[in-house]
Unconditional design. Structure first.
Length: 509
C-alpha cells in the first residue's frame, strides 16, 4: 500500500499527518459496498382444499388500473367487389345471444356474497396492520343460465390487500362438489375476477364458496368493511371488537439530543391524547402544561417549536402554531407550555411537542447530566436526561479525502484548527509527499482555502458554519511541484487578514 504523508507547520509548530489512512479509508469504502439483489417468491399449494387455494403470499397493490384502448383503421372495400346482400337464415341467427367460447362476459345473475372476515391464526382476534386475515364468501349461479366465459368480480376495501398476480380454482359445492368450474385471478387494483369454464354449460345447480388470504394494511376504527360485488356493496363485520389496530403503543415519553453547536439541547415530548382529553373540559384543544428546565439553561430565542399528532412510528401531522413556550419565573427554568390543537384532542392519537433550550451564557454546555422534567398533570409527568461531554477546540490538523467515481483520482482536504494556523499573520507550512505508483495530476497544484466556524451557529432555519472562500487572502496557493510526488509551500495571509476567533481553515487541492 502506498503511504501518503503531509507535513503542516503553523505558529512555529511542525505537524506531520500520515496520509496512509486515507488509502485505508478508500479501501474500507470499497470493501464494504455490498449490493444485495432482493428475491421474491410465491408458491401456490397444489393440494387444494375443497373450495379454493389458500393464498399466503403478499404483493404490492396498485389501487388504480390503466386501460389501454386501440383503434384500427379499416380500409374501404371497392363497391365493385362487394358481394350482394343476403337475408340471414334462422341458422345464421341461432346462438348469437350466447357469449363466444373463451370470451369473458359479466353475468349479472350470478349472486356473490362476502360472508366472513377472520383473524389468522386466531379467527376471533382483532385484525392488526401487517398481519394476515382470511376473507370468505359464496357464489351462486343457480337460475343464472351459466355458460363458459361468464364472470364475476369482488373488490376489496383499501384496508385489506390481496396478492396481485395470484390465482385459484373456483370449486363447486353441493351436487357438483369438488368439480372445478372456473379460475379466479387477482388483479393489481385489489380485485379478483372469476371466469367460469365450459363445465358449467347446461347445468342448473352451480354454486360454491371461496376464501382468500389478505393482509391488513391500514388502521380503522370502523366495526365493518364494505366489499364491491355484482349488484352493489356488501358490509361485513370485522372480527374481535371491530376496527383494525396498527399496533402502536400510546405512552408518555421524553427524549433529548445535544445539538451541533454544543450549546443547546432539543427535547421531544410525546403525550397520549387520552391524557389530554380530561384536561380539555370544553373540547377546545387548548391546555397549559409545564416544564422544568435544568440549571444553566433557558429557552432558546428564535428556535422553532412544533406540535404534531400521529401514532407510533407512523407519519405525524404538524399543527401550525400549535405550541407556545413561555418562561414563568425569573430564572427562566419554569416554563408554561400552551397547546392549541385547533380542535378537540383525539384520545387515540399521540401529541408530539418539540422545542430547544440553550445554555444561559451562549457557550458550549459544561460537562454533566442535564435533566428536564415535563408535567402533564399532578399524576402524569416524565423526565428526560442528556449526558454532555465538555467540548474543547481541536489542536491537530485532520486530513480526509474522497475518491472520484472513475477511481482514478483522490480529492483531499486538510482542516487546520486555529491553534495550529496561528495569527498575525496566519501562516501554514505545507509539505506533501506521495509514495508508490501515484503522482500529482497537474503542476502547479492550485490550492483553495476556506475559513469556517469550528462550531456552527443557528441561522434562521438551520445550523450554519459560516464557510467562506478566502483563497485570495493568502499567498502561496499556486504550488509548483518539485517532482511528480512532492510539493512544498508556505500559505501566508496577506496584510489585513486574520482568522476570526472560533474559526479554522480548510485547504483543498
Amino acid at each position: 500500500m502506498e503511504r501518503l504523508n503531509t507535513r503542516i507547520r503553523g505558529g512555529g509548530t511542525n505537524v506531520w499527518i500520515a496520509l496512509a489512512a486515507i488509502v485505508g479509508i478508500f479501501a474500507l469504502v470499497l470493501s464494504t459496498l455490498v449490493v444485495a439483489s432482493p428475491t421474491a417468491s410465491a408458491q401456490e399449494d397444489d393440494s387444494q382444499p375443497a373450495v379454493t387455494t389458500d393464498l399466503g403470499t403478499e404483493s404490492d397493490v396498485d389501487t388504480t388500473s390503466d386501460v389501454e384502448t386501440s383503434t384500427e383503421e379499416i380500409e374501404p372495400v371497392d363497391s365493385a367487389e362487394e358481394a350482394p346482400a343476403q337475408e340471414p337464415t334462422a341458422g345464421d341467427l341461432e346462438g348469437l345471444s350466447e357469449p363466444l367460447a373463451g370470451v369473458m362476459a359479466v353475468n349479472p345473475a350470478i349472486k356473490v356474497d362476502v360472508t366472513k372476515i377472520s383473524g389468522v391464526p386466531d379467527p376471533g382476534q382483532q385484525l392488526e396492520v401487517g398481519k394476515p386475515a382470511r376473507v370468505e364468501g359464496t357464489w351462486d349461479a343457480t337460475n343464472a343460465n351459466p355458460k363458459g366465459g361468464d364472470s364475476f368480480s369482488v373488490g376489496f376495501p383499501q384496508q385489506l390487500k390481496i396478492p396481485a398476480g395470484q390465482s385459484f380454482d373456483l370449486v363447486a359445492t353441493g351436487e357438483h362438489a369438488e368439480e372445478v368450474f372456473g379460475k379466479c385471478d387477482v388483479a393489481d387494483n385489489n380485485t379478483f375476477t372469476c371466469v367460469l369454464n365450459d363445465n358449467v354449460n347446461g347445468l342448473d345447480e352451480v354454486k360454491g364458496s371461496w376464501f382468500i388470504q389478505a393482509t391488513a394494511v391500514e388502521r380503522t376504527t370502523e366495526e365493518t368493511l364494505s366489499f364491491n360485488v355484482p349488484g352493489g356493496e356488501v358490509v361485513v363485520d370485522l372480527p374481535g371488537e371491530g376496527g383494525i389496530d396498527d399496533g402502536a403503543t400510546l405512552e408518555l415519553k421524553k427524549s433529548g439530543e445535544l445539538q451541533p453547536d454544543k450549546a443547546s439541547l432539543k427535547w421531544t415530548v410525546e403525550i397520549p391524547g387520552n391524557m389530554l382529553t380530561p384536561l380539555d373540559t370544553e373540547n377546545t384543544g387548548k391546555v397549559i402544561l409545564s416544564d422544568k428546565l435544568p440549571n444553566g439553561t433557558k429557552l432558546c430565542e428564535n428556535r422553532p417549536t412544533k406540535l404534531s399528532y400521529g401514532r407510533g412510528s407512523g407519519k405525524f401531522t404538524e399543527i401550525k402554531e400549535g405550541v407556545k413556550l413561555t418562561a414563568s419565573d425569573a430564572n427562566g427554568t419554569d416554563v408554561d407550555v400552551a397547546l392549541d390543537a385547533k380542535g378537540a384532542f383525539k384520545s387515540d392519537q399521540t401529541y408530539r411537542i418539540e422545542y430547544t433550550i440553550c445554555s444561559t451564557d451562549g457557550q458550549p454546555l459544561k460537562k454533566g447530566e442535564y435533566k428536564n422534567t415535563f408535567f402533564v398533570d399532578d399524576e402524569n409527568q416524565i423526565s428526560g436526561e442528556v449526558g454532555v461531554e465538555e467540548w474543547t477546540p481541536p489542536t491537530k490538523p485532520v486530513k480526509t479525502g474522497t475518491i472520484t467515481k472513475d477511481l482514478k483520482k483522490i480529492n483531499w482536504k486538510v482542516k487546520v484548527p486555529q491553534s495550529v494556523a496561528g495569527s498575525n499573520p496566519v501562516t501554514v507550512d505545507f509539505k506533501d509527499k506521495l509514495d508508490g505508483p501515484q503522482k500529482f495530476c497537474e503542476s502547479p497544484v492550485a490550492l483553495t482555502v476556506f475559513q469556517y466556524k469550528e462550531l456552527p451557529e443557528w441561522n434562521d432555519s438551520k445550523f450554519d458554519n459560516k464557510r467562506s472562500n478566502v483563497t485570495d487572502k493568502f499567498e502561496g496557493v499556486s504550488v509548483p511541484t518539485t517532482s511528480d510526488t512532492e510539493l512544498s509551500t508556505q500559505l501566508k495571509a496577506k496584510e489585513g487578514y486574520n482568522l476570526p476567533d472560533g474559526y479554522a481553515l480548510e485547504i483543498k487541492g
